[in-house]
Design a binder for this molecule. Structure first.
Ligand SMILES: [Zn+2]
Length: 116
């Protein structure tokens, strides 16, 4: 069983990292939004097209980061419930090294890879 304090620390650390990434993505979106408004005919303009691509990438990254923050909330709830660190698939404890890297995970690497 994972120590609750250790689990909370991993989650807090990961949350800080994801929040930093989210902030930089938001900044990128704001920059691209500003640049894009200067391109009226972006469909036929290669530079406008590149901006659209960059925009889509940043949007995708933002969605991922927000999703992970929600997952971290869920992980915190599992810490309180005492189910943190238990693989949802095989019911075994997830190795601590895997949790430390990605505390939001709900299954062990073996189950994710389908090796079990
Ligand atoms: Zn498993």
């Amino acid at each position: 069983m994972v120590e609750k304090d250790a689990a909370r620390a991993w989650i807090a650390e990961r949350r800080e990292l994801v929040e930093q990434r989210l902030a930089s993505v938001e900044q990128r979106l704001a920059t691209v939004r500003g640049a894009r408004s200067e391109w009226s005919d972006e469909e036929h303009d290669p530079e406008g097209f590149a901006l659209t691509f960059e925009w889509q990438q940043a949007e995708g990254a933002r969605r991922e980061h927000r999703y992970e923050l929600a997952e971290l909330d869920a992980a915190e709830a599992r810490v309180e419930a005492g189910t943190f660190g238990v693989c949802e698939v095989c019911g075994q404890g997830i190795p601590e090294g895997q949790l430390e890297l990605r505390p939001a995970r709900t299954s062990c690497v073996a189950c994710v890879d389908g090796r079990r």
